[in-house]
Design a protein around this ligand. Structure first.
Ligand code: PLP
Length: 399
């Protein structure tokens, strides 16, 4: 019998509910035809990358020496690319970040892994808020820490500060937030960020050590509200930002993003060094070199995001009309309505009778809810509405 890490075997074989639902949808599509299956399981952007991405790729392939284009870059990323990305942030947020505050990564997942490995010492506790992106647990535990989940405030999915304060003990090393949120689509208000910053400042002082705020922002540009998204590092100094071009530029397969260690972070140079060290220890070497250059050329642009808003309005209005309860989702491309029975998995099973594929909130640490990933063609939503309606009738939401 070979000796393997049992943890890694478990991680490699336990399929997430999202993947299972997606595989089920594919299987049903093969059996009954794709046009009969309405799959809302996965968060793969449904709009293409903007044309400027393809133009940048062509131009780079045509003009840059292939040895440089496909070669290793410095571990933290090409210096000119980091300069361009820092300037883009400075333009948008009125900041003065130098190129050396950015560390380029393989998407937000790479950024989170590096930050958690950089901060986490064995036994460290990290907090996050339900519902949360399930990979957080994997990344935190891989860094030797433990993840504690603060219960959800299911009224509006802003932070429940009483529950948060109770969980914020001296053992907490960092707090992970994600706004706009997967799976709720909720955007943290300025009031929430202000109170979060106040609480962390007060507790850091009381406990005599910094409590790091890790802001996971792959959906930063996908917002439907008129008020601007609060820029978290402007509210709390010890914030580390994990960003990705997966969603804003529809490039999830190209694996490009960054960690931002703003200069006002306590011992910023040391923290940045630890992030670089984490990337080295995890074997990332450098972020994909071609797409570093593409990101620099396309910084500040987005894919055509209007379809997501159309989808959200169509689905949200219809579901509310049918009697479903759903917190206001002003960003990302997910809805997270309450299920009409407490057992969300049972609701998802019932939905499958109609070949309507959803993911239960249990996967995100929030039972009694279901995630609907609406980054799909609008016609799919139109086609699926009668299925949601039939379910609503089954549960007596509508007569
Ligand atoms: N964080 C959240 C909240 C996500 O939803 C995702 C992907 O869906 C990620 C991080 C990872 O994104 P990336 O593709 O940039 O690694």
């Amino acid at each position: 019998m070979i000796q393997l890490s049992q943890r890694m075997v478990a991680l490699g074989t336990d399929r997430s509910e999202i993947r299972e639902a997606y595989a089920f949808a594919q299987m049903r599509a093969a059996e009954v035809g794709a046009e009969k299956v309405d799959d809302f399981s996965i968060g793969n952007p449904s709009v293409p990358a903007p044309a400027t991405v393809a133009e940048a790729v062509h131009q780079l392939v045509d003009t840059v020496d292939p040895i440089k284009l496909h070669g290793y870059t410095p571990a933290q990323g090409d210096a000119a690319v980091r300069q361009a990305l820092a300037e883009d942030l400075n333009r948008r947020y009125g900041t003065k970040y130098p190129a050396d505050s950015l560390y380029l990564t393989a998407g937000a997942a790479g950024a989170l892994s590096c930050v958690l490995a950089a901060l986490g010492c064995p036994g460290d506790e990290f907090l996050t808020f339900a519902p949360y992106f399930p990979e957080y647990k994997v990344f935190v535990e891989s860094a030797g820490g433990t993840l504690t989940v603060v219960p959800a405030n299911i009224e509006d999915f802003q932070i429940d500060f009483a529950a948060f304060s109770a969980a914020l003990t001296p053992a907490v090393k960092g707090v992970l937030i994600n706004s706009p949120n997967n799976p709720t689509g909720v955007v943290y208000s300025e009031e929430t960020i202000r109170r979060l910053a106040e609480t962390l400042t007060e507790k850091s002082r009381e406990y005599g050590h910094p409590i790091w705020l890790i802001s996971d922002e792959p959906y930063r540009e996908i917002v439907y509200q008129t008020q601007p998204l609060p820029w978290v590092p402007s509210w709390y100094d010890n914030t580390l930002v994990c960003y990705s071009y997966s969603k804003s530029l529809s490039l999830p397969g190209q694996r490009i993003g960054y960690v931002l260690v703003p200069p006002q972070v306590q011992e910023a140079e040391l923290v940045y060094a630890a992030v670089c060290g984490a990337g080295r220890a995890l074997g990332y070497v450098c972020a994909p070199s071609l797409f570093q250059l593409v990101a620099a050329q396309c910084a500040g642009q987005t894919a055509e995001l209007a379809v997501y808003r159309r989808n959200r309005d169509l689905l949200l209005d219809a579901l509310r009309e049918m009697g479903y309860t759903c917190a206001q989702p002003d960003g990302a491309f997910y809805l997270f309505p309450r299920t009409p029975e407490p057992d969300a998995a049972a609701f998802c099973q019932r939905a499958r009778k109609y070949d309507l594929i959803l993911v239960s909130g249990d996967s995100f640490g929030c039972p009694g809810h279901v995630r609907i990933s609406y980054c799909v063609p609008t016609e799919q939503i139109q086609r699926a509405l009668p299925k949601f309606q039939a379910l609503a009738k089954e549960y007596g939401l509508i007569k």
